[in-house]
Design a protein around this ligand. Sequence first.
Ligand SMILES: Nc1ncnc2c1ncn2[C@@H]1O[C@H](COP(=O)(O)OP(=O)(O)OP(=O)(O)O)[C@@H](O)[C@H]1O
Ligand SMILES: [Mg+2]
Length: 361
Amino acid sequence: MHPSESPQSILDNLTIAVVTLDRELRLTAINPAGEMMFEASTKKMVGQRFEELFAGGEALLQALRESLGAGHPITVRGVSLELPGTRSLTLDCVITPLADGSVQKNGAAAVTTLLVELTQIDRLLRRTRDENLLDRQAANRAVMRGLAHEIKNPLGGLRGAAQLLERELVPKGLKEYTRIIIHEADRLRNLVDRMIGPHKPLAKQPANIHTILEHVRLLMLAEVPGGLHVQRDYDPSIPEFEGDSEQLIQAVLNIVRNAVQAIDGRGTIVLRTRVDRGFSIGQRRHRLVLRAEIEDHGPGIPPELREHIFYPMVTGRADGTGLGLSIAQDIVTKHGGLIECESQPGRTVFRLYLPLENGNG
Ligand SMILES: Nc1ncnc2c1ncn2[C@@H]1O[C@H](COP(=O)(O)OP(=O)(O)OP(=O)(O)O)[C@@H](O)[C@H]1O
Ligand SMILES: [Mg+2]
């Protein structure tokens, strides 16, 4: 066996969450995927009793006791566990009793350890939702691109004709009108260019998420002087990844700018980075993804817009074009990533996920 394939290292690299419990249902071990799922460290969890750790897991608790007593494996589906805070998880659990070889009085093997494999199914349910969303967005963008293209052609002609007309016009006063035509044609062309989004293919190079975030932070501080505080909560261990920094800066900037607008340029924005293990994006399961969060404490996304903000032309602002998030999603999707959003009055978080290595299908 290769040294890196010791049983511990195999456990550490599993993308499925695994915990072991002793006969008193105390947690004896948890792998990194499990720590990730419960957002708690081994140190904090090991030694604690199952019922102290999770509320609402009665069905699972019963199954654990039964497996312990009878010595046979049990699968429980759709268990809801309440975690500290407001988070809850829906899980499928496979319980396997491990025996030390001795036999109990009733003839059953004496179980010393319960091995529990946990699969988060709310994540699976959400994955299908993500996929539908990404499909719909891709279809939407195709229509937009087609439309934008059709608008650009006659627009060029219109602008050219106005320029010719301007040259021929003798009464100077009339030129004011041709200027309006040219100016409005330019404005429309800019809008259409934004509708199409960045059409350059990705220029992928080793990229660093913190360089990207810092660039955006400095841009924002220059744009909104005074009153804006950007709090940084970075995980410095995040490795580089292959990406187009220019385009990713654009994506992050669009999200951060929305956050700044939501708090009227006064208050705190939090930029946070973390690594997540065993995360699925669309059809692909990734061993490692980076998560960059942009959090603000503004009024939140109006409820009627919440489901639609990633669509082009959806805006809640009088002077918004509603393109910022659709462009951001487009750029991140091209990187094999995903943006999701959680919003309530007082707290809005945009999460940008980018794979740190290729998924294994
Ligand atoms: N952090 C946020 N807090 C509250 N509302 C938000 C936030 N981010 C986005 N929104 C809402 O989502 C809408 C869509 O955002 P998007 O960036 O796509 O377009 P926009 O900001 O309106 O226009 P553009 O970015 O093209 O100038 C916004 O108009 C706003 O109503
Ligand atoms: Mg915007």
